[in-house]
Structure formats: C-alpha cells, structure tokens
Design a protein around this ligand. Structure first.
Ligand SMILES: [Zn+2]
Length: 235
C-alpha cells in the first residue's frame, strides 16, 4: 500500500506541529491520504506559509457548515470555498436569513468543533456511493452538483459531518483557531437569478493561534476586497 505524506515527512523528520498538508510534485495533498505510487518531490506545507491559507480557510468553511446544520436543522448546504481574505458557505435555510445573533451562536458552535480537534478524513467514492450519501443527507444542491462531476469523486468527513469535496483540508479541526463571521448576503445558486436565493455567510479566519503574534503584526495591511474569483471549482 502506498504511503501517506505524513509517514514520509515523519520518517525524514520534516513533520512539525504546524504542518497542515504537503506539496507533491506541485499538487497539494492531505497529510493522511495515500501518495501516488510514483512522485519525485514532496515538501511539507506549514501553517504560516501562504500556500496554507486556502487550506485553512476552506477547512473553516466545513466547520462553519457543520455548526450551522447543528444549530439550524433542515438547512441545506451549497458551496463553501476559500476566497481572498476568508471563506464563505452558501445555505438554504427554511426559516430565511441569519441574524447577527445567529452568527455569534454559529461562531460559538464552531469553537466547540475546533476545540474537539476532530480529524478530517478523505474517502474516495464512486458516483453511486456519493449519490447515496447525499440522498441520505437530503442535500439537493450537492446532488445536483455531483451529476456534473467527472473523474475521482471524494467526500470529506470531520466527525459526523460529511461534504462532497475534492480537498485538501487541514489534518484536524484543532488547526483552525481565530476566526470571525462577518456578513450575511443573498446569493443565487450558481449565481443565476432564476435559481433559488441562498444565504451566504462570510468568515475571516486567522492562522493557527501559535502564529497569532505574526498574524496581528500584519493586520495593518489594507483590507483586501472579498471576491469569489479565487473560489475553487467544487467545494
Ligand atoms: Zn472541503
């Protein structure tokens, strides 16, 4: 069986507590998933590196969606990408929009999930298996999206929460530390006004707490505008 990036990095004493993923021949991979049979170069990605940002942000989006669905049962999820300066996730909530009070409750629930330090796990699945998982979860947006996907399908879990996703993610929820949910905005499913209106919650995580001093010293930079342009194809 192929090795994991974690095993290779551990063996060469390159794994640190801040290692969030690995770069294998130019592709970012989880620490826990199997490496390709052949590769030439493997380097660790540390939490303070810019490459780590989108992994940390997107993993935060998973945790936010988990928190939202725990607090507001019946809410459906759409897409949750990392974006410039943060992340978002789109929701269809039966009761409508989210209030400021709701955001604070979601932040508190996210902190609980982060404190639990639950591992993220990748599973490669067939399209039929993914369909079964999403039907059981009753996630219509994910089901619709699944039908557009080609090639290897994967789902990621942390605890009981599962998402159709290509990854990668941080090793465990404990790698996500300071964050803040900022705004709620309406967003059409797939950006098309003929589609249902969803509720988009934006978040701004910072890097893991161990790096908070470094993060705060950089906080005087001009605030970048949040755009969805850096969103990945399916998350
Ligand atoms: Zn994901």
């Amino acid at each position: 069986m192929a090795e994991t990036a974690r095993a290779v990095l551990e063996a060469s004493e390159k794994l640190t507590k801040q290692t969030v993923a690995a770069m294998v021949d130019g592709k970012i991979v989880d620490l826990h998933t199997q490496l390709p049979e052949t590769y030439t170069k493997l380097t660790p990605i540390e939490s303070h590196q810019d490459t780590a940002l989108s992994i940390i942000r997107h993993s935060s989006a998973h945790v936010m969606a988990d928190a939202v669905q725990r607090l507001f049962p019946g809410t459906k999820v759409a897409f949750g990408p990392a974006i410039e300066n943060g992340f978002y996730y789109d929701y269809s909530r039966p009761d409508g929009s989210f209030s400021e009070e709701d955001l604070r409750a979601i932040e508190a629930k996210m902190q609980e999930i982060i404190d639990a330090d639950t591992p993220f796990r990748r599973e490669n699945v067939t399209k039929d298996e993914a369909r079964e998982i999403l039907r059981a979860l009753d996630e219509p947006f994910k089901l619709e999206h699944l039908e557009r996907l080609e090639g290897q399908i994967s789902v990621y879990r942390h605890g009981d929460w599962v998402d159709l996703c290509e990854g990668p993610h941080v090793p465990s929820t404990g790698f996500l530390k300071a964050f803040q949910l900022t705004t709620v905005a309406g967003a059409y499913w797939r950006g098309d006004e003929r589609n249902p209106m969803l509720q988009r919650i934006y978040g701004r995580p910072s890097r893991p707490r161990r790096r908070s001093r470094r993060t705060s010293s950089r906080s005087k930079r001009p605030r970048p505008v949040i755009t969805a342009s850096s969103a990945r194809s399916w998350t």
